[in-house]
Design a binder for this molecule. Structure first.
Ligand code: SAM
Ligand code: DTB
Ligand code: SF4
Length: 332
């Protein structure tokens, strides 16, 4: 019964793109067909896939720390940390080991299992990598999983991070390939793919997702999910951010996305990437508890946990604990 329903939206054998050297697991049109399902049907399918792979009551908790804030040379139109936008975010130096360790200990005491260190760099210099390597080793020494997001990596840098104890590298593709140039002009979509390949090549796990609510079409949301799902292998961790429109950025006045469309995006990620951690990332404050609960039904099973993201707000730790308790869910 369940299998028959799934076959309705994913006919076998899959049509292949004749120009592609490797088989495309998902065509954009197939993912659009998922988005077009009745909402209840889509959530049923997503929950079915979710239960086959995860305990549906468990949520993994990752805490973020901005180890080097602001003054970034890239012009990402969503980002409050770009030097190109007047957002009032002050540029800071890289944090010291003892400051980072104190934050990591707090996160661990609050129940986080992964600690993600973010730096507002276009890409790190080799001397930055040496310093971040010390931070990674120190955090890893606490028994936390480590994640870093430092921008584009050059040859050898992913290996150096791996040797320091890095478990995951976050590097988002952010939007559909054909929307990318509207959102960022200082780099190309392919630059992101190059770094992701370096991360994979070094044997570091990949955390890669995107942002929805930037004025993209539904087809472009489907294309974002297709790009992620067709990675070989697909990322171990997929953060889905809802745009936080920050004053001073070019997207400050972007109209909010229909929340059901956000939930559909989560469901499409779950169905197309059955084993990945799908993470509710930026924008949870605006989503509210009821929409987040729908996202858990749709297969989200990770959140950014802690009172702050990098520079913008996040639900506070007590609110998240209350939400999980209310829903009868627990930290993984
Ligand atoms: N500089 C590095 C990079 O771009 O990969 C790491 C930090 S960057 C802030 C990490 C991610 O945060 C971006 O790829 C984007 O997905 C997300 N992000 C930044 N600003 C956001 C916003 N206003 N709303 C939603 N997500 C945002
Ligand atoms: C991700 O996908 N989202 C996080 C994390 N990876 C690095 C960052 C969200 C940033 C939101 C805006 C801010 O606070 O700067
Ligand atoms: Fe810089 Fe990353 Fe922000 Fe882009 S998203 S401006 S690369 S910190």
């Amino acid at each position: 019964m369940q299998e028959a329903t799934i076959q309705l939206v994913r006919p076998a054998p899959l049509a292949q793109d004749p120009d592609s050297a490797t088989p495309q697991r998902w065509q954009v049109a197939q993912i659009e067909a998922l988005f077009a399902l009745p909402f209840t049907e889509l959530l049923f399918q997503a929950q079915t896939v979710h239960r086959a792979n995860f305990d549906p009551a468990e949520v993994q908790l990752s805490t973020l720390l901005s180890i080097k804030t602001g003054g970034c040379a890239e012009n990402c139109s969503y980002c409050p940390q770009s030097a190109a936008h007047d957002t009032g975010v002050e540029a800071t130096a890289l944090m010291k080991v003892d400051e980072v360790l104190a934050a990591a200990r707090n996160a661990q005491a609050a129940g986080a299992t992964r600690f993600c260190m973010g730096a507002a760099w276009r890409g790190p210099k080799d001397r930055d990598i040496e310093k971040v390597a010390q931070l990674i080793s120190a955090v890893k020494g606490l028994g936390l999983e480590t994640c870093a997001t430092l921008g584009m990596l050059a040859d050898g840098q992913a290996e150096a991070l791996r040797d320091a104890g890095l478990d995951y590298y976050n590097h988002n593709i952010d939007t559909a390939p054909d929307k990318y140039a509207d959102i960022v002009q200082t780099r190309q979509f392919e630059d992101r793919i190059d770094t992701l390949q370096r991360v994979r090549g070094a044997g570091v796990k990949v955390c890669c997702g995107g942002i929805v609510g930037m004025g993209e079409t539904r087809t472009q949301r489907a294309a974002l999910i297709a790009e992620l799902a067709n990675m070989e292998p697909y990322p171990e961790s997929v953060p889905i951010n809802h745009l936080v429109p920050v004053e001073g950025t070019p997207l400050q006045d972007q109209a909010p996305l229909d929340p059901f469309e956000f939930v559909r995006t989560i469901a499409a990620a779950r169905i197309t990437m059955p084993h990945t951690r799908v993470r509710l990332s930026a924008g949870r404050q605006a989503l509210g508890d009821a929409v987040q609960a729908l996202c858990f039904v749709a297969g989200a099973n990770s959140i950014f946990y802690g009172d702050k993201l990098l520079v913008t707000g996040n639900p506070d730790v007590t609110a998240d604990r209350d939400l999980l308790a209310t829903l009868g869910m627990r930290a993984a």
